[in-house]
Design a protein around this ligand. Structure first.
Ligand code: BES
Ligand code: MG
Ligand code: ZN
Length: 490
């Protein structure tokens, strides 16, 4: 999909779309049409009343530069959210695909409805992400996606915002694309290769630590979880260094279990296929790294992705094992299905030790308990730093990628104490499963401000996921827009 901005409808367009507020009976920015067409548009405006989500198409008879007009209801002004234009734009784009058009135009809403930069960003993100389809394994020919012209008064700021929105949407789409890959086509090595090739394109440093080195260097968590699979574990480290030389980086860590069978503590069979999405945290980090390198953000960011496949087998780690993590602490394994915290603990400790970062943010499909607590539309955050949480909450409000903080006090830390090792990798029964997992991670960090984001509910669409035009079935890319907003506002 190509995007451009124009200040008015210059050439022929198959479909010209305008947003309509509820009961406003008008679309700002429509060009002048003849009487017949104007009457048709006005009648349609009356019929659809600008109701949120309503789309109404009016064919323009005769040889016209505009073939059809589409009116898109955005509801009452006081009910507009930071997401309305995004998801309505997504609906428009889906309609365009249904009509098999090769291009369409959207008139940006006037500034009394929404600030133009935000409008343009949302139009681009919504339509690009809504048109995304995971079609790599379809043998039938794929329809090319239509090009978009946004009608908006042009300025440098608008062009810049449009460029940024395209890169942000492409980052999320990249994440969706690799997260959607089936586990036979995406191993830790595959992810490492994605990281390598993006680092070459966009001048990042990329270091891949492989199995034998992981073991030698003391990554006990990654080594233990990875040892049961023929697909060898990797630790992917990407460095984006466009900030000042001595500026401490932000470290982003993402869980990438390319398939989580549970290991010896084998998961039940129902819906086990969904555990191909257990790599989503890592995919989010890769999507963010891709976007920041393309945006050339003048900051230092390190992306760390521990990647393993959690399999049962003759060499698997077992319940009862005691392992030593990267920071030297020992962990008693009581359930091999609680593997994410083990590989993350290594990666978090590595990030803190080698980069002395300003902040660490991690993403992980860490606990089923997160879905029980918050459902499938809100991610859980657990943090040791109020200021960092506040910033992430602000970005969450702006991007509508929703998060909710859970507490982490000493009582929770006590719940993962082991009788025979420093920690155990599960809490007590099913109590506070998301928090006890976070408590394990906290033990890996000494002093750095840190926020953990449990994306178990939001990383892919599940039965109870709220339908959103820009999140078609499969991986959602959750976290990419959220953290790119955070990084751009540092
Ligand atoms: N990857 C899962 C968590 C998960 C489950 C995410 C379902 C999304 C949907 C994780 O590795 C896991 O298995 N966690 C266990 C932890 C338990 C054994 C303490 C869980 O949540 O059941
Ligand atoms: Mg597991
Ligand atoms: Zn897992």
């Amino acid at each position: 999909m190509k995007v451009k901005t124009e200040s008015s409808v210059k050439k022929k367009t198959d479909l010209l779309c305008g947003f309509v507020l509820e009961n406003s009976n008008k679309v700002t920015g429509l060009p002048k049409f003849d009487t017949k067409s104007t009457l048709a548009i006005n009648q349609s405006l009356k019929d659809m009343e600008g109701k949120l989500g309503k789309l109404s198409i009016i064919p323009m008879p005769g040889k016209k530069p505009v073939q059809r007009v589409l009116l898109a209801g955005i509801g009452k002004k006081e009910n507009l959210t930071k997401d309305t234009i995004r998801f309505i734009s997504g609906k428009i784009a889906q309609k365009v695909r249904e009509l098999k058009l090769s291009e369409f135009s959207i008139i940006a809403p006037p500034s009394f409805v929404i600030e133009p930069i935000s409008a343009v960003s949302q139009i681009i993100e919504g339509s690009k992400m809504a048109l995304y389809k995971f079609e790599k394994f379809k043998t039938e020919k794929v329809e090319p996606s239509p090009n978009l012209t946004i009608i908006v008064s042009k300025s440098n700021k608008i062009s810049k915002a449009a460029k940024i929105a395209e890169i942000v949407a492409d980052g999320a789409i990249f994440t969706k694309n690799i997260a959607n890959l089936p586990p036979n086509e995406c191993t830790p090595t595959t992810l490492a290769n994605f990281a390598k090739s993006m680092s070459k394109k966009n001048k990042m440093k990329c270091n891949i630590i492989s199995k034998s080195e992981l073991k030698k260097k003391g990554f006990g968590g990654i080594s233990a979880v990875g040892q049961g699979s023929d697909n060898q574990p990797k630790l992917i480290v990407l460095e984006h260094s466009r900030g000042r030389k001595n500026d401490k980086p932000i470290v982003l860590v993402g869980k990438a279990v390319t398939f989580d069978t549970g290991g010896i503590s084998l998961k039940p069979g129902a819906a086990m296929d969904e555990m191909k999405f257990d790599k989503c945290g890592g995919c989010t980090v890769l999507g963010i790294m891709k976007a920041i390198s393309e945006l050339k953000l003048p900051i230092n960011v390190v992306g760390i992705v521990p990647s393993v496949e959690n399999m049962p087998g003759g060499e698997s780690y077992r319940p009862g094992d005691i392992i030593k993590l990267y920071n030297g602490k020992t962990a008693e394994i009581l359930n091999t299905d609680a593997e994410g915290r083990l590989i993350l603990a290594d990666a978090l400790a590595y990030g803190e030790k080698h980069y002395s970062p300003k902040a660490i943010i991690d993403f992980a499909t860490l606990t089923g308990a997160c879905i029980v607590a918050l459902g499938t539309n809100v991610a859980a955050i657990v943090s040791n730093d109020e200021k960092l949480t506040k910033k992430i909450n602000e970005s969450s409000k702006r991007t509508t990628e929703e998060v909710w903080e859970l507490p982490l006090n000493q009582d929770y830390m006590d719940m993962i104490k082991s009788d025979i090792a420093d920690m155990k990798n599960v809490g007590i029964g099913r109590a506070a499963g998301t928090i006890t997992a976070a408590a394990f991670l906290k033990n890996a960090i000494e002093k750095t401000p840190w926020t953990h984001i449990d994306i178990a509910g939001v990383a892919w669409t599940q039965g109870s996921t709220k339908e959103k035009s820009y999140n078609p079935k499969g991986a959602t890319g959750f976290g990419v827009r959220l953290i790119l907003d955070y990084l751009q506002n540092l």
